[in-house]
Design a protein around this ligand. Structure first.
Ligand code: ARG
Length: 412
């Protein structure tokens, strides 16, 4: 047997060494440099804002206004700092009464690599935040002596946010469509989305508004209102789902009637047999207040497992599509829906067609993000003349119109 020539041996050894180095390098890169989410919990007092009970509700004008101001301050401070690239975002999670004004609790999120020095970061975050809360704060007066900041366990940070409405956190650092003309949704992108299933088969979408209540369309229960035959599943994939619950009760709007072509009062609420546990993939959306307005052209997303085209089958992976709110007067034009759009409905989509919800999306959410990046339920997929046709946009149940009905049935 002839030995390998020395130059061949050298070449092979070299190739092996290069290959090993590459593998080790890549492994080290992904294991050590993989940016991880870190949470900080900050608290301080604002001395020149009078506390009112409206601050108790995260969806009130008062809470949203003050929180937006505070979050803008914090974000501005970090954007102008050396931690710009590491800072993700901040959320005011609680405003509570204080003898001297309002006590604020805020969660900050960062991407750090596991080889970053965490102790030194705590100091830097503290200094940048404290500075930010004292300079150019507009009308807000923060008492620096009340300022506190501590690192949080990832689970605790996530738990705090899981219990807020309308927040989604994608694990990828890039935050960014029978949905016709849309695209597949990222995992965790629409954590309030549920699938309503009759005898194990997807029938409709639905939206989590608490850990035990869903809102959906009344017409989903046409012909079958017995809760024991229905179930809800969660997560972006129907098979296998991230979670599943039986239904305790189905409450269809009293004035909804099952006659064909009737789309008035197309709303129902559903109570789960047992509450879901909130996680990165399962969360509630925020409900807008009765008098919130979403003006024409507001960008929204509709999500669902419905058909990709009129009369097509449902899909297994959740899809999303960006649609715009259409003025009711325009939607009521002769060539569009000629007067069929009532005050309890809202049109969204495009008059040129192409992008729309479709069969199987019914009952699912039409949502929009506010300036803070918090998501609100604007509409419930209700009806349309086929799907994505020119001059036939999607028609949705207007949530603000039924806001009081939802509260009366669910207490939310
Ligand atoms: N009614 C349909 C369903 O049961 C959804 C209609 C939505 N249509 C539309 N073109 N946007 O799933």
């Amino acid at each position: 047997m002839k030995l390998l020539e020395p130059w061949k041996l050298a070449l092979i050894s070299l190739a092996v060494v290069v290959f090993l180095a590459l593998v080790i390098g890549l492994l080290a890169y992904f294991l050590l440099m993989d940016p991880e989410m870190y949470f900080y919990n900050g608290s301080f007092k604002i001395t020149n804002v009078q506390y009112t009970p409206d601050f108790d509700k995260q969806t009130s004008k008062e809470f949203r206004g003050l929180s937006a101001n505070i979050e803008t301050l914090v974000t501005r401070a970090f954007r102008a700092s050396s931690l710009n690239k590491k800072y993700i975002r901040s959320h005011v999670i609680k405003l509570s009464p204080d003898a001297r004004g309002v006590a604020v609790e805020i969660v900050l999120m960062f991407h750090f690599s596991s080889n970053d020095n965490m102790a030194s970061y705590l100091e830097r975050v503290r200094n940048i935040l404290l500075q930010g809360l004292q300079t150019n704060t507009g009308y807000l007066q923060v008492d620096p002596s009340t300022f506190e900041l501590s690192g949080m366990k990832k689970e605790n940070g996530q738990n705090l946010l899981n219990n807020c409405c309308g927040i989604r956190i994608l694990n990828s650092p890039f935050y960014s469509d029978r949905i016709t003309g849309g695209r597949t949704a990222q995992e965790g992108a629409w954590p309030w989305q549920a699938s309503l299933q009759l005898s194990g088969i997807h029938r409709c979408g639905a939206t989590l508004i608490s850990d035990s209540w869903l809102v959906t369309a009344a017409h989903c229960f046409r012909g079958q209102r017995n809760p024991s035959l229905w179930a809800a599943s969660f997560g972006t994939v129907i098979r296998p789902p991230k979670g599943r619950r039986n239904l305790r009760s189905i409450i269809v709007h009293e004035q909804y009637t099952d006659t064909l072509r009737n789309h008035e009062y197309d709303i129902a609420v559903v109570q789960l047999a047992s509450p879901v546990e909130f996680s990165g993939d399962i969360r509630k959306v925020c409900l807008p207040e009765e008098f919130s307005v979403f003006p024409p052209n507001t960008s929204c997303f509709v999500t669902g497992w419905g058909a990709l085209q009129d009369d097509g089958p449902s899909v297994n992976n959740l899809r999303q599509a960006e649609v715009k709110i259409i003025d009711t007067d325009i939607c009521n034009r002769a060539e569009v829906y000629s007067g069929f759009i009532s005050p309890g409905m809202v049109c969204a989509g495009y008059l040129e067609g192409k992008i729309d919800a479709c069969q199987g999306d019914s009952g699912g959410p039409l949502v929009t993000a506010d300036s803070r990046g918090i998501w609100y339920l604007v509409g419930i997929v209700s009806w349309g003349d086929e799907c994505a046709k020119r001059n036939k946009p999607g028609v949705y149940t207007r949530v603000t119109y039924y806001r009081n009905w939802i509260a009366a049935k669910t207490g939310i």
